[in-house]
Design a protein around this ligand. Structure first.
Ligand code: GDP
Length: 457
């Protein structure tokens, strides 16, 4: 058997080289794709900043911008004109807040960036989490106005919670926009003071110093967003990169193209020809037309008839792509949103019970054994219970501080067992980050983010 095991390893090594060669050949010439989430306290200026950046990069045409300017003036909220670039519905405009994870794209010198905008209002944290779950990197926006930074950072503000949250969802690189510096006359002292406070906190939250960059800017005036500064006072003490350069300097995470194929289905629809289509992000691996795939948790097999990215036909898709797959040899009603397409030779795990490391927040009552929750795992939404409280952990070091706690309160970290109402397709976080993390919600509020540490079969 030793030899057959060896052949298997050699084969998988050959395959690995093949996929990487194929990836370089197909994608070598195009820009690297980066997914970025924007986080920070409500009113920090996130929407204004990103709206202005998109406008400066030519992503919004003059006519549309003019319309936003007029409309915003009409309702007496002209300062929101750039924020409207990211808002979509009239209702959101009337309320003067951004509600959804709006997506936008822009280009830097070396990257194609997909923006996952995060609203700052307390109620909207769930939306931010779904954005952060797909993010490679994060932009943290803080308001430098006197008193405002302190509100967002010290007194129950969201600056800390958001930063902790993205870190627990696997984001390691952070750009920090010290925004609205126009309100403090571009004071170096204010910039240094805020950066220093954040540095200490971010280090505790688990960010490495070299992975965090601080940028002085103003989303409203557009200073230091896409061009070098022109403001005299800022020029006296800053000669670093503008925000766009900082984004360009992010390292693109490795796309795990040579891992086993996994795609979590977030849409199913009837195509034009025979068969039907599913779409979703390719989490790991690659998929070629003509290959067989397994649908989990049902473990039914199917054949890939065609592949698309947006409306363009492809012969192969890779990790990181948002792809559409036409399937044949399987009934459409046997496939559901939240199912995972995978390599039949190396399928995902299927189980209704697992252990996980979770971080708890937003709780109105403590979590006790048997606590009912809604599990969000990629596009899957499924009732579940917290069936065991195994240990409570120190949030920074991960050390066990208490075994078998009777309850978990806000801002604690713990190892728990989760029992889902039926088997689902899942992976250990250590094997596949993308399928190894999840969120728990109660009554429409997200109360925990977690990583799967043990699958109980
Ligand atoms: P969000 O809640 O973080 O998305 O914040 P918004 O982008 O909606 O901005 C909140 C308020 O701050 C609005 O009134 C903006 O006009 C204002 N604002 C945003 N950026 C700046 C800035 O750089 N300077 C100044 N002075 N005001 C800003």
């Amino acid at each position: 058997e030793g030899t057959s095991e060896e052949t298997k390893i050699i084969k998988s090594k050959e395959n690995k080289i093949d996929v990487e060669t194929q990836y370089k050949k197909e994608r070598g010439d195009s820009k690297e794709h980066l997914y970025m989430v924007v986080i920070g306290h409500v009113d920090a200026g996130k929407s204004t900043l990103m709206g202005h950046l998109l406008y400066d990069l030519g992503q919004v045409n003059q006519k549309t911008m003019h319309k936003y300017e007029q409309e915003s003036r009409k309702v007496g909220k002209q300062s929101f004109m750039y924020a409207w670039v990211l808002d979509e519905t009239g209702e959101e405009r009337n309320r003067g807040i951004t509600m959804d994870v709006g997506r936008s794209q822009f280009e830097t010198k070396s990257k194609h960036v997909t923006l996952l905008d995060a609203p700052g209002h307390k109620d909207f944290i769930p939306n931010m989490i779904s954005g952060a779950g797909q993010a490679d990197v994060a932009l943290l926006v803080v308001d430098a106005t006197r008193g405002e930074f302190e509100t967002g950072f010290d007194f129950g503000g969201q600056t800390r919670e958001h930063a902790l949250l993205v870190r627990s969802l696997g984001v390691t690189q952070l750009a920090v926009a010290i925004n609205k510096l126009d309100t403090v006359s571009w004071s170096k002292e204010r910039f240094d003071d805020i950066s220093q406070k954040l540095k200490v906190f971010l280090k505790q939250a688990g960010f490495r110093e070299g992975d965090v960059t601080f940028v002085p800017c103003s989303g409203l005036t557009g200073q230091n967003l896409v061009d070098k500064p022109t403001e005299n006072e800022l020029l006296t003490w800053y000669n670093g990169p503008c925000l766009l350069e900082v984004i360009d300097n992010f390292r693109t995470p490795e796309r795990p193209v040579s891992k086993p194929f996994r795609l979590s289905i977030n849409d199913i629809f009837k195509g034009t020809g025979s068969g039907f289509c599913v779409s979703g992000r390719v989490e790991t691996g690659s998929l070629n037309v003509g290959e067989r795939v397994m649908v989990c948790p049902s473990r039914e097999l199917s054949m890939v008839k065609s592949l698309y990215i947006e409306d363009l036909s492809q012969t192969v898709v890779f990790a990181g792509d948002q792809a559409t797959v036409t399937l044949s040899g399987i009934e459409m009603q046997n496939v559901s949103i939240g199912n995972v397409l995978c390599d039949p030779q190396n399928p995902v795990q299927v189980s209704a019970k697992f252990q996980a490391r979770i971080v708890v927040f937003n709780l109105t009552i403590p979590i006790t054994k048997g606590f009912s929750v809604i599990l969000h795992h990629q596009s899957l939404v499924e009732p579940a219970v917290v069936s065991k409280l195994i240990s409570q952990l120190n949030r920074s070091t991960g050390e066990v501080v208490k075994k078998h706690p009777r309850f978990l309160s806000n801002n604690t970290s713990a190892i728990v067992e989760i029992q889902v109402s039926r088997p689902i397709a899942l992976e250990l976080y250590s094997d596949c980050k993308e399928l190894g993390r999840f969120m728990l919600r109660v009554g429409g509020v997200t109360i925990a983010a977690g990583l799967i540490t043990k699958i109980i079969l």
